[in-house]
Design a protein around this ligand. Structure first.
Ligand SMILES: [Zn+2]
Length: 291
């Protein structure tokens, strides 16, 4: 009887070892010509790195992640690092699949998106920003379409150099990413970027190299700049006082692109910094501090 019990326990242990650590069944297409480094779990909104090492230089890779695609061609590299992220407004916690295709091969990776902790705060702004006139509402929708066309356009070239820098020093965040703001006791809005303390007229630097994709005076965001860093990464700078660059212009990491201000919907002067990766608004603080 005791022997039988031991056998049963042993069988249980063997079953657990082969089935419970789901990593084995997760990657059914075992492939020694590629090595992939990606986190197993990430907090919603946090950007993360995907590193791929190939045995032989590879020129085409297609990624699919949270209904977004990144298609890189003519790479001819034996390794590639790509930033990916999720959006506090658009994505839900749970297990998500990252698909990597190269040549005629396909690899799946599971990434667990964890819940994000957030705080709630009340802010007060001019009334015209909480009760929009029809004209302002139409303006907002018009601007939204233009901005989306910039954020969803994925440049296959990479302009950014490793590590992103703060646009303003000291880098003091007055309102973090993901915070819920109740505006004029009326509207609820989720903060999809970070607010950095800045007196009016503070020089604002590009957080990395890229091309100015758009400059615009927007209803909510005020005077704004959008920089395309390539591979689907766009940084945005809002509520500016003065824009010092032009659309289509190349900018270097650390180059002064504007003076901060208080244009658009604000409760005081500051710089709002946003970062979009493949159209997902991620936490810029993590991008700057971690990478
Ligand atoms: Zn903000």
């Amino acid at each position: 009887m005791r022997k039988f019990l031991y056998l049963l326990i042993m069988l249980g242990v063997i079953f657990f070892m082969t089935h419970a650590g789901f990593s084995k069944s997760l990657y059914p297409l075992k492939d020694n010509s590629i090595k992939i480094i990606v986190p197993k779990n990430v907090v919603i909104g946090d950007p993360f790195e995907l590193k791929i090492y190939f045995k032989k230089p590879t020129s085409n890779i297609q990624l699919s992640w949270l209904n977004r695609k990144l298609d890189l061609t003519r790479l001819n590299q034996d390794s590639v690092t790509i930033f990916l992220g999720s959006d506090i407004k658009k994505d839900k916690p749970g297990i998500k699949l990252l698909t990597i295709k190269y040549g005629n091969k396909k690899i799946l990776k599971r990434i667990y998106l964890r819940k994000r902790k957030f705080t709630v705060t009340r802010i007060h702004v001019s009334k015209k920003f909480s009760s929009l006139s029809k004209k302002d509402l139409n303006r907002y929708f018009r601007e939204k379409r233009i901005v989306e066309s910039i954020l969803f356009k994925v440049t296959k070239k990479r302009y950014y150099e490793k590590n992103f820098i703060p646009p303003i020093l000291p880098f003091i965040i007055s309102s973090p990413y993901g915070r819920v703001r109740i505006i004029n006791n009326k509207n609820r809005s989720i903060h999809t970027g970070i607010d950095i303390k800045a007196k009016e007229g503070t020089p604002v630097k590009a957080i990395n190299s890229g091309i100015v994709a758009l400059t615009m005076d927007q209803f909510f965001s005020g005077k704004s700049i959008y920089i395309d860093h390539g591979y689907g990464i766009v940084s945005m700078y809002f509520h500016l006082k003065k824009i010092l660059v032009k659309q289509g212009q190349k900018v270097k990491k650390g180059q002064v692109i504007a003076l901060s201000g208080k244009s658009g919907r604000v409760s005081g002067p500051h710089l709002h910094l946003g970062v979009s990766i493949l159209g997902k608004m991620v936490d810029p603080e993590k991008l700057i501090k971690k990478f």
